[in-house]
Design a protein around this ligand. Structure first.
Ligand SMILES: [Zn+2]
Length: 221
């Protein structure tokens, strides 16, 4: 097993998910510099209707944004392992105990072209650390324009409204649910998903993201 591990290290050297330098064997996920320099998310005071509270790993800026773009658009799906470990720590630190973990799904067409659903991978990897198996509780029923292409908050709310529905409502009734997504900016998507989950009977919805925008006027999702 040790040999296999060494061989995998040689074939697939581990790199820092933020700055991409090769990691020494004793370091995982992030290099020492990024750990000390990149600001960790520190409690947001945003009110997100329908969401009890939320947790993030980082702020959505600079190398964090570049890293998440590589994860979403440049095929770096294996970042999910490192991201998931970091996300699990943020959930453990910031959110109360929950019963279920789920994710904000992408539409079928987007998953087809990307080849994966990034938030599902995050929920799976974070869930592995937290010993919670993610359950699919939402389905995106209609493809819409990417939120990143819309700047007006009310248009963003409009763009996601009615695009999701709850699946397996019998599994979420009365439950406290952690909803995983990659990025939080205006919160339009997360709030719409929380609305659907609560309408289907969820008791409380918490949100966990890799990165949150610092204020309402930047990097909207
Ligand atoms: Zn680094």
């Amino acid at each position: 097993m040790k040999l296999l591990h060494r061989l995998l290290e040689l074939l697939f050297p581990r790199k820092c998910v933020l700055c991409q330098i090769l990691l020494p064997s004793e370091q995982t996920d992030l290099c020492r510099d990024c750990r000390s320099v990149v600001p960790e998310w520190n409690r947001g005071g945003r009110i997100l209707p329908g969401i009890e509270s939320y947790a993030a790993v980082w702020y959505y800026e600079d190398q964090v944004r570049d890293s998440l773009l590589r994860f979403k658009f440049s095929g770096k799906r294996y970042y999910a392992r490192a991201y998931g470990r970091l996300l699990a720590m943020a959930i453990h630190r910031e959110l109360p105990e929950a019963d279920l973990i789920t994710w904000v799904p992408v539409s079928g067409i987007r998953r087809h072209f990307r080849g994966y659903d990034q938030s599902r991978l995050l929920a799976r990897e974070a869930g592995r650390e937290l010993m919670m198996k993610p359950l699919p509780l939402l389905k995106k029923t209609r493809h819409n324009q990417a939120q990143s292409g819309i700047s007006d908050p009310s248009l963003r709310r409009e763009n996601v409204r009615g695009k999701y529905r709850a699946i397996h409502p019998e599994q979420l009734r009365g439950k406290r649910i952690i909803l995983v997504d990659d990025i939080l900016t205006t919160g339009a998507t997360a709030c719409e998903c929380a609305r659907i989950l609560r309408a289907a009977g969820a008791k409380q919805v918490y949100l966990a993201v890799m990165a949150a925008g610092k204020d309402r006027n930047t990097n909207r999702k």
